[in-house]
Design a binder for this molecule. Structure first.
Ligand code: PLP
Length: 400
């Protein structure tokens, strides 16, 4: 999503890989870096091994299922935000756990959800009442997402604990549950973090214990959600491991983590070509064949400036980067380059495996970038290619 440091974003690149990226004939394209995916998963696996917790891939951040066989060597399964991601996890990580959380389930999806999920987490007492029995009868474990009402980030669109949040059940609302429903619960889920270190988790756990401590001992598992930036260079893994072991021992529960970002952090690039260079009022803009609005929506939503390979901030030539769409604000960011850029040059944007191709769109009729995977030796494999037919199929009736 954004806050990775610039050097870490390109730590996976070596000369072979760079040559390979520059030799692909058609831009733009995303590239998944297999070596970094493996490295991230190794870090997560170690946490699981040291603490006895289980780690799931949150697919909403990264659903590059061609990498699932590799990831399943290290992870315990996938987390889904609804039916489609649950189906994807079931299909592409066979034999592994599938967990789902949605703020509300549709009736017509629910039977299918019970067929492909091991854990189903509900957002509210009403959803638990409506679907709990069906889920149990189908052999699923069920949980309730709680809201510990403890904000450990500054209230932006990624803070599920902001006032009036629709996510999670507060203690006040939990108290309205009947005994039968409370007894049905196998576990508790919370998700309150975003790109955060383990000190934020520590603080959150204090709030969880304060508000819900009396019921935790009745649970089989507690899911700590995502937002743990575990694979970032400055992440305090030791503190995370202590949080997990202390908590699971105290309450006799299995702890689950479901990081998205941490699984694929810095494990992707988006390669673009400069199509034109324009200027007004002393500002020079490079028009690239990628659009932040279409191909890296978090650049505008977070917002943040993605790192560019070779651009370290110590240059003196100022450029703004913008997409080819007609949206005035379709701007990637402002950068200082050391060297002048020419039309036709290629730029490599970093940390583009997460919240990128699982979130892109064809606004303005923008083509979707192809997706490749790259190996340590620089060998590239194209996973998918998009064209006009994909654009048109989403917009209306094809056969008349
Ligand atoms: C977004 C989300 C995650 C993953 O979050 P990351 O910030 O990508 O680690 C996990 N669980 C739930 C319920 C989420 O909404």
């Amino acid at each position: 999503m954004g806050q990775s440091d610039k050097r870490a974003a390109f730590a996976g690149l070596n000369e072979n890989k760079i040559d390979a990226l520059l030799s692909v004939s058609e831009t733009p394209f995303y590239v998944i870096d297999k070596e970094i995916i493996r490295r991230n998963c190794e870090v997560l696996y170690k946490v699981a091994k040291n603490t006895g917790c289980k780690v799931l891939l949150a697919q909403k951040a990264f659903s590059g299922f061609d990498l699932y066989p590799l990831m399943s060597e290290y992870l315990d399964g996938t987390e889904a935000s609804g039916l489609y991601e649950a189906m994807l996890g079931r299909e592409e990580m066979p034999g592994k756990e599938v967990h789902v959380f949605s703020a509300a389930y549709r009736e017509r999806d629910f039977t299918e959800i019970t067929k492909c999920c091991d854990h189903i987490v509900f957002n509210s007492p009403a959803q638990l009442k409506k679907y709990g029995k069906t889920a149990k009868a189908a052999g699923c474990q069920i949980g309730l997402r709680i809201n510990p009402e403890c904000s450990v980030q500054d209230g932006g669109i990624y803070d599920p604990c902001s006032e009036g949040s629709r996510l999670g059940t507060t203690r006040e609302n939990f108290n309205k549950l009947g005994c039968a429903e409370k007894e049905m619960l196998d576990g508790i889920h919370f998700h309150t973090l975003c790109e955060q270190n383990s000190d934020a988790l520590e603080k959150t756990l204090e709030a969880v214990e304060l508000k819900f401590g009396d019921i935790l001992g009745n649970m089989q598992w507690v899911n700590f959600g995502g937002g743990h930036h575990i694979t970032r260079p400055d992440y305090d893994v030791e503190k995370l491991e202590k949080c997990i072991t202390d908590f699971s021992e105290k309450y006799g529960v299995t702890v689950y983590l479901e990081p998205g970002e941490a699984c694929a952090l810095n494990a992707g690039y988006l390669v673009t070509e400069v199509l034109d260079i324009v200027g007004s009022s002393g500002k020079t803009t490079l028009i690239t064949d990628v659009s932040p609005a279409c191909h890296m929506p978090d650049v505008l939503e977070m917002p943040y400036n993605p790192p560019i390979f070779g651009v370290t901030g110590d240059g003196c030539i100022k450029y703004r980067l913008g997409g080819p769409t007609c949206l005035a604000g379709d701007v990637t960011g402002e950068y200082t380059f050391r060297e002048e850029v020419k039309t036709g040059d290629r730029l490599i944007l970093g940390d583009m495996a997460i919240y990128s191709f699982c979130k892109n769109n064809t606004f303005n009729g923008m083509p979707l970038p192809d997706i490749y995977v790259i190996d340590e030796d620089g060998s590239l494999d194209r996973l998918t290619r998009f064209g006009y037919a994909d654009f048109k199929a989403r917009l209306g009736k094809l056969s008349k």
